[in-house]
Design a protein around this ligand. Sequence first.
Ligand SMILES: Cc1cc2nc3c(=O)[nH]c(=O)nc-3n(C[C@H](O)[C@H](O)[C@H](O)COP(=O)(O)OP(=O)(O)OC[C@H]3O[C@@H](n4cnc5c(N)ncnc54)[C@H](O)[C@@H]3O)c2cc1C
Length: 570
Amino acid sequence: MNTKSRSAKSVRKLESGPIRNYKLPEYPFVAPPELQNKQVKHHPIVIVGAGLSGLTLACKLAQLGIPAVLLDEDNTVGVKGASSRGICYTQQSLEIFKRLGIHDRIASKGIAWHVGRTFAGQDEVFSFDLRDRQEFSVSEQPPFTNIQQFYIEWFLVDRIQALNQAGAAIDIRWKSKVTDFSQNAHAATLSVSTPQGPYTIQATHVIDATGSHTPFHAWCGVTMDSKRGDDRWCIADVRFKNTPPTERHTWIEAPFNDNRAVWQHLMADDVWRIDYQMAPDADPAYVSREDVVRERLAKQFGKDVACDIVWVGPYAYKSQCLHQLRHERVFFIGDTAKVVSPFGARGGNTGIADADNLAWKLAAVMRGMAPAALLHTYNQERLQAARRNVQVTNRTARYLRAPEGVERLFRSATIGLAKQHPFARLLINTGRMAEANTYAVSDICKPEGGWMVQNARIQFTPDHQGTLSDLLNWTQGRLLLLVFGKLRSSDMKKLSLLSLSAPVRVVQVVHKDKPQALEHVIDPHKHLRRACQASSTGWALLRPDAYLAARGRQVDNKLIAAIAQALALQ
Ligand SMILES: Cc1cc2nc3c(=O)[nH]c(=O)nc-3n(C[C@H](O)[C@H](O)[C@H](O)COP(=O)(O)OP(=O)(O)OC[C@H]3O[C@@H](n4cnc5c(N)ncnc54)[C@H](O)[C@@H]3O)c2cc1C
């Protein structure tokens, strides 16, 4: 694998959209061994699609030392001509990126916003400050960061390349489009088209991360629920001479947009995303014409508004969810698993979570730490998340494009009430922001696990600070057993034996007491214990994706059973 030549990049402008103002990296095509030797090679994992989901999965596998081939038909980040699409990233995603080693770049480039205001007509209906909610949070990451999606993808590519330099084996192949696929008991076979001709590749596992227009649905004959509405939107990404306040503003009914909805958010590079709801079935070519966009901006910000238009993008959305997220050798992640409307930022964020869920399971199975049955739990857990996200976003979409009749009446009533009565504000639905999904049903984290533990701050020594993410990275894909408080010597013996014999790393978490175990951390403010909701002398078993597998009080058979259960060993 020639990582060096692949890391070379030049910069090009985005090729479509009426206004071209973003510069993206361009990665070279490098002929793979299959083209040079004309031999069909078998790979354990082939990921198709280097978008947000595929790159997150590849980066996690790189970190865990699992080799994979990553194919993408394009040679840059972002989807052709689609600007940044996603802008808003949740605490869960930011924690995942922290573990992957790109959070610092995201934090320094992105915008951590706190204040949100919702308007209807001329009135502010309500506002919130996310910092007020932070008193319940022990995460080191903010609730949200706004940054263009392509920056995250760019950082992920850079990170994979850096991990490759350090010995990882992720073979990213740009300009490599999968054109055909079949699978049988022995392997999956993919046809790949490249600038230097086609070749065939085989794989044990295929990850479909090709986005909402995936060809794999047809190739696999999947079944799904799918619905497309007539709601139309048009994005204007703009840079102002005089900037508005760094707040998230949403209008349910904007007087300057024919009483339709409008979103206003700041992202990196001082670029504002203004997202306008259009008339049903509006003509995309007309609504994205520069003079028409400028007219809309003038209506909102005044006729003398001085701004550069960075990008304009009309879009419609659909809602779609597969009935199963696995089809024999193929796993569906991101937009191939489900497609949601953008309200609440649930599309990309849940694709990132899909990738994080699948990566450690693939690694555990490939290393022989867990049986293949562990992979079935990807469908069990992430299908619940997909269905929930489809349900939540569908509700918002119906609220924002409320049909005439009872739903429109309900919406008007909620707006009227919310202006005067705080209780009614909960009914205003301009998007329920994404959050880490919990798994009510999971064979590997029952009866009380299945929720994500926040990235709490800890100390390795009084002078050496860290976070839970450091501990999770240190396990290298194993389970993490946190034992709180003082230990009996008999428990100490059992735990040392456990860490020698099972794929689990044991860490004692002390508050003020002296540590007894070799591996220990200090939890000075009890944030880690609070994040695990553990008792002062109990234990918490965490998976590599920071989900709680189980917790208990005694070092006994229940703990051994929980470890076996978390790895689908029983
Ligand atoms: C207007 C808008 C705003 C949004 N805002 C947010 C937001 O704030 N937060 C959020 O989380 N989400 C948001 N989303 C959703 C988010 O953009 C998507 O959910 C996300 O891009 C899905 O990522 P993905 O990796 O699954 O697919 P994609 O990003 O679509 O990536 C698919 C990749 O597969 C490649 N590919 C396709 N076909 C092939 C093939 N045959 N062979 C090889 N490669 C192939 C493509 O080149 C591409 O790189 C928004 C979406 C829109 C439209």
